[in-house]
Design a protein around this ligand. Structure first.
Ligand code: SAM
Length: 244
């Protein structure tokens, strides 16, 4: 069937490729991908040979138009280097445009680092806010953390080894006392999920620099950080009494 197929691929363990994802890649006419070398390797491991086309959301209008045009008669699979496309990866514009044109869009679920981390960290999962990568610059990173500090949900970020300690230190400063988890190298040989306060984890990863890919989780604010209505009322009354 022609259309756009969003296909999740493994985040480090080939065993996480779903049967449906493999069948869909096997049946599609064209694979749109971030990097033809990375996807070429995956297709090879699966014993598939398919035409590939590089695509990301910064591609020219012309390149996107051409790809959308093909979807009228071809099954186009979109994959990213790892995990679920569109989750801190290209695809949003393509999906949006495809839908606007009435092209059939379907998504094949599979691995995603944020969900894998959340489900193993032991932090609340009833509400979570995924915020992609924190900004590189110190000021912008602090601003984002300050903005999210009061959100009553577990916060999830993607992170890289070289930036981990700086991020943990910023969290220790802006969101002190929160439970934090560092989930690293998920689904791979050296998978690790370590919990603690941001200060403890910063100390640990200063002594043992983290390699590889990382998901950073911050537990929701506790009672102490979000005073309840009664406390606020009492404080307001006290303040008013002082004014009169
Ligand atoms: N689309 C992917 C997904 O669904 O998870 C995410 C792509 S994003 C460009 C890459 C980031 O995802 C890495 O920097 C890391 O933060 C996270 N990530 C990917 N694979 C991971 C793994 N095996 N363990 C921990 N984090 C991972």
């Amino acid at each position: 069937e022609p259309g756009l197929y969003i296909v999740a691929t493994p985040i480090g363990n080939l065993g996480d490729m779903t049967r449906r994802a493999t069948e869909t890649l096997g049946r599609c006419d064209l694979v749109a991908c971030e990097d033809t070398r990375v996807t070429g390797k995956l297709l090879n491991l699966l014993g598939l040979h398919k035409p590939m086309r590089r695509y990301d959301d910064h591609a020219s209008e012309g390149a996107r138009e051409a790809l959308l045009g093909e979807m009228a008669s071809k099954a186009v699979a979109l994959v990213s280097d790892a995990g679920t496309p569109l989750i801190s990866d290209p695809g949003y514009r393509l999906v949006r445009e495809a839908k606007a044109r009435g092209i059939a869009v379907t998504s094949l679920p599979g691995a995603s680092a944020v969900i894998t981390a959340l489900s193993m960290a032991g932090l609340p999962t009833d509400r979570f806010l995924f915020a992609g990568f924190l900004p590189n610059k110190e000021k912008a990173r602090g601003d984002v953390l300050a903005e999210l500090a009061a959100v009553p949900a577990t916060l999830a970020f993607y992170e890289t080894g070289p930036r981990l300690v700086a991020s943990l230190e910023a969290i220790a400063e802006r969101l002190p006392g929160r439970e934090v988890a560092v989930a690293r190298e998920l689904t791979k040989l050296h998978e690790e999920c370590r919990g603690g306060t941001a200060a403890e984890l910063a100390e640990h990863y200063t002594a043992h620099p983290a390699k590889g890919e990382i998901v950073l989780l911050i537990g929701p604010p506790g009672e102490a950080e979000a005073p309840d209505e009664d406390v606020i009322d009492a404080e307001l009354r006290a303040a008013l009494a002082e004014m009169s």
